[in-house]
Ligand binder design. Sequence first.
Ligand code: BGC
Length: 711
Amino acid sequence: MIHLNRKISDVGFSKDNIDHLGNKYLIGNGYMGIRGTAEEYTAELHPAINLSGVYDRAPGKWRESVNAPNGLYCLLHADGERLALPEKEPRFHEQSLDLAAGLHGRRTLWRVGETGVTVESERFASMADPHAILQRYVVSVDREAELTLDSGIDSEVWDINGGHFSSVSLTEREGILSAECRTIEQGIVVTVLVGEKAPVVGETVKEGGKLLKRYRFRAEPLVSYVFEKTVTVCTSRDEDAVGLPTMLDYEEAKRRHTACWDRIWYRSEVQIEGDDEAELALNYSIYHLNCIAPRSGGVRSIPARGLSGQVYKGAIFWDTEMFMFDYFLFTDPDVAKRLLRYRITTLPGAMEKAAEYGWRGAFYAWESQEGGLDACTDYNITDVFTGRPVRTYFRDKQVHVSAAMVYALVRYLEVTGDRSVLREGGNRMLLECARFYHSLLVRYVGRDFYEIHDVVGPDEYHERVNNNAYTNRMARFTLEQAACLLRDDPICTEEERLGFLEAAKRLKVPQPDPETGLIEQFDGYFRLEDASVETLRSRLIDPREYWGGADGVASHTQVNKQADVAAMLGMFPEDYPTDVMEKNWLYYEPRTEHGSSLSACMFALLACYIGRPDYAYPLFMKSAQQDYLPGSKLWLGLIFIGGTHPAAAGGAWMVASRGFAGLSIRNGCPAASKPQLPEGWARLRFRILCRGKSYLVTATAEKTLIEEEQT
Ligand code: BGC
C-alpha cells in the first residue's frame, strides 16, 4: 500500500505566520523536535531544538523542558547586505515538508541591487541517529557577488521560563564547533556539536552567544555553493551518547533516515479514497505523532505540545494515554510500551502526590515531568485584568488522570496480548490507581452507594464539582480492572480485591434521565444558566480571558470547555443505547466551546457511534488539521499556549479507526461494526497490528473488511 509521496508547502512570507509555521513544519525524531523556522532566526522568532525529557527550573520560574543551543543557525550577507527574514523582504519564499521522508525544505530568493540571491536548504532530524540533525544550505547568485555566510551555533535560545543554563562554553576543537551548557537546577550538561563541510575555507568567530564559521567568498553566477552540517545533540543523561560521530555523510545519512520513515509509513499510512484533503490531514497528523514518539534512550513519553517547545512546561498530560496511545498501540506497540513504562517508572512520584493530599495509592501528575513530578502549580493561570496568578484546581482536583493510565494499560493488554508489562510494574501501577480511587470514595450515612466529590472533570471550566460522570465512570473502570487483573496476584489481597469490586458496583455513575435521556455532567449541572457559547463570547471583556475559575464567563453556566459526558460515552459506547448517546451529543455539543484541541475528536467519535458521520466529519477535520491550518488558540489568560497538538492528531486517528471504520477488539481479535464513512469517501484503508499479526483494514460504505496479512 505505500502511496505516500506528499510534499506540503507554503509559498510567500508573512511575519504573522512565523509561530504557526514553526509548528506546522516541525521535524523530529522523538529525541528532539526542531521547530520549522528559518536558519537565520534568533530567539525572538522562536526557533527551538526542544529536548524530550530534559527539564530545568530557573530561579522563581516554572519548571519546563530545555531547548538546546541552535546548531542550525546560518546567516547570509550579500554585497554587505544582511539577508534575513523577516526584515529583508524576499522576492520569493517557500517552506516545505516532505512528509514521506521527514525532510524540511526552504527556498528564498532575495534581490540585492541587481543581483538575485537564492538560498535553498534541507534538513532532517535523523530517525536512524537520534542525536543527529543534518542540514544542507545551498547558496547561488545570478550575478557575481561578495557573500559572507555565518554558520554555527547560537546559544541564545528561546525560553518561556528561562534561561536554563548556568554556564555556556563555546569552543572549537579540530574544526568542530561546540557549545557545552550546564542546566541550573540539576547541572545536566547539554552539548551541541557542529561539524561542517564547506566549499570554501572559513574562519572561526565568536559573536555574543554565537560561535560561527565565517565563510567569505566571491560567488560566481549559476554555481551552487553547498554547505552541509551535522549537528550532534546530547546530554550528560544520555547513556547512548558515547563516541557519536561529529560529521556524517549527508546523502548516506539521508538514505538511512528515509529508510526508517519508509518503515514507519508502511505501518502507518492511511488511504482515503474520495477525499484527498482528509487523507492529507490525517497522514499529516500521523507524521507529527511519529516525529515525537520516543523510540530510543531513557524513560520518555510525549508532552502535550509534542516537542514543539516549552508550552505547558514540556509536560506529559492524560493526552498521551487517552488520545495518542491508540495510534501507537496499533502501529508500533513498542512505542506504546515505552509510553506505559514512563508511567510505571514514575509511579513513585504519583504515590508521593497522592500522599501529599492525604489519599492512598497513585495520583498521577496533571503535568508530569521526570520522576512523575507534577509541574502544575496551584496558580496556573494569570488573570488578564490584574496580572495576578489565579488559584486553579488542575493539579489537585483532576483526579481522572490516574484512570487514564489504567485505560491505556488495559488497551495494551487487549491489543498486544503482552502481559509482561503487568509483571514489569503494570500490576503495581494498577493496584495503586485503584487504591487511589478507593480512598476518594464518599458515602453518606444511610446511603448504599459511593460518590466522588470535589473534582474537576475534563471540562475544566467547572471546578470542585461532585460526581462528575466521566471521572466516576473511569474510577469504576479502574476498580473493576484491578479486581479482575489482580486476581491471584500476590500484590493484592483477596480482601482488598473484593473491596475494589464492591466499590465499583456501588459507585454512583450519573445515569440517563428516564424522560430526557440526558446524563448530568455533575451534580447540579442542569441547574446552571443555560447560555450559549456565543452569548458567553459576547460577555468577554478581553478575548484572552480565562472562561473558567471563580469568575470566568462559563463557570456559572452550562457551557463546557471540552468533551466531558461525550468523552465518557466515546470511551464506553457499549454502556448506553444509541438514542441515549444521540440525545447527549445533541445536548452537549452546542454547549461546548471546544476550547481545547482534545474536544472535537471525542464528539466526532461519539457522532460515529450514533450513526452520524455527517456530524463527525467537520469535527474530525478540525482535529486532523489542528496544526496544519492557522488559528489555534494561543493564550490561556496571559499564558502562551501555542505549539503543536498531538492529542488532536491521535484523536483524529482514533476517529478514523474506531469511528469511521468501526474497529474494535473482541476477545483479542480485531472486529468491526458497521462502518460510518463520511459522504464522498469511497474507501478507507489502513494497517493495524494486533497480537503480533498484521491486518489490512478496508472500510467501504457497506462493510469493513479485516484481512490478515503475511508479515
Ligand atoms: C485541556 C486539558 C489538556 C491540556 C493539555 C488543556 O487545555 O483542557 O484537557 O490535557 O490542555 O493538552
